[in-house]
Design a protein around this ligand. Sequence first.
Ligand code: TYD
Length: 130
Amino acid sequence: MTKLINFKIIEGEEGSLVALESLKNVPFDIKRVYYIFNNKKNIKRGHHAHIKLKQLAVCVSGSCKFLLDYGKNKEIVELNNPGEGLFIDHMIWREMFDFSSDCVLMVLADSFYDEKDYIRNYEEFLKGVK
Ligand code: TYD
């Protein structure tokens, strides 16, 4: 399951602000935050699913696209708005592509980094989904 979440944007004379809070507008307890930037032209990232990890991706600058593969069906979602986040549940294969040169993709996660939680083989992912 994935879900687009619209955040409340606090508009001031100085500019805009979004606050992300565990179990409030973020549907899990935030344990880790990382961000992806300086992506080279025409690259793709991701190519994996997670056994347990839940994540929320926010494109805080620029734009990028996600291929979301649920095993039975797939969809492409573009993120280009710092006021929205893409929640990605566990067991969803994702590939990220079409990064704009100014793209900063911030990801919030409900666990620390653990390579054992990754499924990097697509056939193994399809077996796991069933
Ligand atoms: P990876 O998750 O494969 O990146 P992407 O799917 O965006 O291409 O991670 C790339 C490298 O960074 C890999 O060597 C693991 C490391 N890494 C960490 O050390 N900590 C983290 O929180 C993440 C997400 C990755």
